[in-house]
Structures are given as C-alpha cells and as structure tokens.
Design a protein around this ligand. Structure first.
Ligand SMILES: Nc1ncnc2c1ncn2[C@@H]1O[C@H](COP(=O)(O)OP(=O)(O)OP(=O)(O)O)[C@@H](O)[C@H]1O
Ligand SMILES: [Mg+2]
Length: 362
C-alpha cells in the first residue's frame, strides 16, 4: 500500500477535492483505495456521501486509546467501487486536544499503527488533513511516505507553501523517515493572466516537484462534493474528472518508475558515486540557516550535515552535501526566509524576479 498524505495548512486550496477525486480516478483504473479522513470538519466523509453525525464510530475510536485499540477495519465503510472510507467526525478535534495534553510518546504514531493492519487490503491510502499542522497532520505525515501539497495558483499561496515545506523538512527529521513531496497546482483559471503567470512561477520554483497535471477550476467538482461522489463516477468527461484522471496516471506511474529503477541501478548501469560538496553561509545576525534545493526535494536541510562556527564577528554555517555529479539549484532558508546564496554569483537562468543559486558538481 502506498500511503499519501494530502497536506497544506492553507484552507480551501483543494485538499479534500483532491483526495476524493484522486481516489475516484485511481479506483476507476482498478486500484483499491482507502480514504482516511483526518479532518474534524469531515468534508471528505461528506463528499463521499456519508453523514458523519449518523455514525456511531469513526477514526476517533481507532486513535484515542492505544491500550485497547479498535481495529481500523471496524470503522471502515465501503463507499463506492474500489473506495473504502475511514470516516471522521467533529470529535477528532477533541482527540487533537487530548493528544496535546497527554504528551504521550506515541501520540504521533497512532495513525501509522492503525494503518499497519490495512497494508495488504489496499493499493493506496489517501489521507485528508485539516488546514493546520497540528498533531492530526503530524500523525498523517508519520503514517505516509508521500505527500501531495495542493497549491492554489495565487501568489500568497506560494509564500506559505515554502513555510510548509520547511515544516515538513523538520518533521521528517524528527520522525526519521523521508517524505517524498509533490506540488499539485489547483484552482487554475486559464482565462486570467494572473493565474497563468502564477502557474509559471510555481513551475519555475518547484520544477520537477510539481506534477505536470494542473487542476483547473471546474464548478462540477463542487457539485460532485454536494452529491457525495467523485466527479469521475458520473461525469467522466468533465474537466475536473479529466484533470484528476491525468493526476491518477501520474501518481500511478511513479511507483512503476520506482520498480523499474530498482533493478536498473543494480544491473550494469554506471552510477557515478556522490561527491562531498561544502557550501558556507556567513552572517552576523541569523539564528537558523538551512539549505534546500532540488537535491533534497526542497525540504530544508534534508540529508544535509551542518557545522556552525564563530569567525570574527560572524557566524559561519557550513553545509556538507553528498551529491552525484550534476547541476543543482538551491536556496538558503535564513530564519524562515528563502534567499539566494549571497556568495555565489551563479544563478539559475530564465527566472524573473527571485532566482535560485546554481551549484555544479563535477
Ligand atoms: N478545481 C476546483 N474547481 C472548482 N471548485 C473547487 C476546485 N477545487 C476545490 N473547489 C471547491 O473549493 C472549496 C474548497 O475546496 P476543498 O474543500 O477541496 O479545499 P480544502 O483544502 O480541503 O479546504 P479545508 O482546508 O477547509 O479542508 C470547495 O467548495 C470545493 O468544492
Ligand atoms: Mg478539506
């Protein structure tokens, strides 16, 4: 089972719509999908036709007490061909508060443990997260290996997603496993220049992290949510269904590539060994300096060793990277602020406004 968390602390960027409709399109291609609704608002539950208030049990009962666990299959409901749902309810917000108060050591691992028994039953678990990065989202990230960040094609959305990537980087350090992060542009309106420019900016900034698929604005996606079913199940040729079908193809292709890559690397493909690369950032005032680039999925400091020293009146951050030969783009994250490397005149070509710094490893 591939477990994918759909995360963005920004409200209304299309998380739930993406979970439900990606589930619909993966299932239409024959996959067995479990939708896990970790949002107390229960929008995914509603959008799959279930009234959360009418249920006696939901994810709360599975996650609340690890001492006497309720197995997840006891609360799972079959909601459509190929789609099961682990439903939410407003009580999940009480769970979040309870976990905060408890300080229990396993409080971020409840969902991961609950999903362990579902590994064989499904090809995908898609986790819908609330619009904040609290303990429910943390549980989702702990359970997942992959993250999709829906990103509205608007300028402020880009700013906040960089913060989110930083947070995911911190979390993946703390939970000691790598998360592969992909960006999904949503709510795209091709008629406006603003939307087109923003999409170009998103592509430029996130490059291959960004899916090729773009989700266009399509009012039928709203209708589908009201009707309680994925759009593809009743309007296959609507733009919203076509876009999420294209996304499903991209998502499914990723695992195929993984499987294809594995033997190729072990066979006689020549793989250049990584080189140790050292870059330094000097500054008198900065308190926290990280590095993010296409080499670490733009997740700040992922896979990077840091040394920090005083030299003169300045702090020197030395970042040690292990990189195979190639050309890489990167930026420093200085106290949360994404900046070019001031000591490196080489920039990634072709960008308007802000540029990434360029690193060539030979
Ligand atoms: N591509 C789209 N075209 C038109 N409407 C959309 C599209 N994507 C989402 N919407 C609508 O925008 C609203 C917000 O979308 P959605 O609920 O998926 O966002 P969310 O990120 O899950 O929000 P929250 O953070 O509150 O959970 C919903 O009414 C939804 O139907
Ligand atoms: Mg939602």
């Amino acid at each position: 089972m591939r477990t994918i968390a759909i995360v963005n602390q920004k409200g209304g960027c299309g998380k739930t719509t993406s979970v439900v409709n990606l589930a619909g399109c993966l299932a239409a291609d024959g996959a067995r999908v479990l939708v896990v609704d970790m949002d107390p608002q229960a929008h995914a539950t509603l959008a799959l036709g279930i009234d959360p208030d009418a249920l006696e049990e939901n994810l709360f009962d599975v996650l609340v007490d690890p001492g006497t666990p309720v197995p997840i299959d006891r609360i799972v409901l079959g909601v459509a061909d190929g789609i099961d749902l682990a439903p939410s309810g407003i009580v999940l917000s009480a769970l979040e508060q309870k976990l905060v108060a408890e300080q229990a050591e396993d409080r971020t691992e409840r969902l991961a443990s609950a999903l362990a028994s579902a590994q064989e039953a499904y090809d995908y678990a898609l986790i819908d997260c609330p619009p904040n990065v609290g303990l429910l989202t943390f549980n989702a990230l702990r359970a997942a290996r992959e993250v999709i960040v829906p990103l509205e094609t608007s300028f402020f959305a880009i700013q906040s997603v960089q913060k989110l990537l930083e947070t995911i980087g911190l979390l993946s350090d703390r939970i000691a496993h790598d998360l592969s992060v992909r960006i999904l542009p949503t709510l795209f309106d091709a008629r406006t220049r603003y939307s087109r420019d923003t999409l170009a900016e998103i592509r430029d900034l996130f490059k291959e992290l960004c899916f090729d698929t773009v989700i266009r604005q399509n009012v039928k996606l709203r209708e589908a949510a009201r009707r309680g079913a994925p759009l593809v199940s009743f309007a296959r040729t609507a733009n919203g269904a076509l876009d999420y079908s294209a996304l499903a193809v991209e998502v499914a292709a990723e695992s195929v590539e993984d499987e294809l890559d594995a033997p190729a690397l072990g066979a006689d493909t020549a793989v250049e060994p990584p080189r140790q690369v050292i870059v330094q950032f000097r500054n008198a005032e900065a308190r926290d300096v990280r590095i993010a680039g296409d080499f670490n999925g733009w997740v700040p400091d992922k896979g990077v060793q840091t040394r920090r020293e005083k030299a003169g009146g300045e702090q020197v951050w030395t970042k040690i990277l292990e990189l195979p030969p190639g050309t890489y783009q990167y930026r420093y994250v200085v106290d949360g602020d994404w900046r070019e490397d001031p000591s490196n005149p080489e920039k990634a070509p072709g960008r308007v406004g802000e540029r990434n710094s360029l690193l060539v490893v030979r």
